[in-house]
Design a protein around this ligand. Structure first.
Ligand SMILES: [Zn+2]
Ligand SMILES: [Zn+2]
Length: 137
């Protein structure tokens, strides 16, 4: 599958290795953040042979290109996701580490409240939820 990100990188003259396009493809088609370890496992399962060092190197490259972002979740291995998705938050199972993307309908009220409380020019925020998923309860 040719993605916009792939085309963009090719236009910029970057080499498109199988590892690079597989990682990009995986992150684009997964609806929740992934760690380097989970990317490694999935690629192995679908028959893409690569090693963890390559995956870290490719993730660094995609971060530099601002195609992906690091997700700040506490006490876990770093997670990555494609940049520019609809604004959302993360819900994480503290038992198995699975993560779900969450869009909050009532967030507008929360942001308004924050603007009323503070005189800061607020540019961004981070909000994450932790609990136990149905599989782990
Ligand atoms: Zn938000
Ligand atoms: Zn769980």
């Amino acid at each position: 599958m040719i993605t916009n990100h792939l085309l963009l990188l090719q236009k910029k003259g970057f080499r498109m290795t199988q590892a690079r396009s597989s990682i990009l493809n995986l992150l684009e088609n997964t609806d929740h953040p992934l760690t380097a370890t989970s990317i490694h496992k999935i690629l192995k399962r679908i028959g893409v042979s690569t090693n963890i060092t390559t995956i870290y190197r490719e993730l660094e490259f995609l971060l530099e290109q601002k195609i992906i972002e690091k997700i700040p979740l506490f006490d876990t291995e770093l997670h990555y996701e494609i940049s520019g998705r609809t604004h959302h938050h993360h819900l994480m199972c503290t038992s198995c580490g699975s993560i779900q993307n969450i869009v909050l309908q009532s967030e507008k009220g929360l942001l308004e409240e924050m603007h009323n409380i503070s005189t800061y020019d607020i540019r961004r925020h981070s909000l994450a939820f932790f609990g136990t998923c149905p599989d782990c309860t």
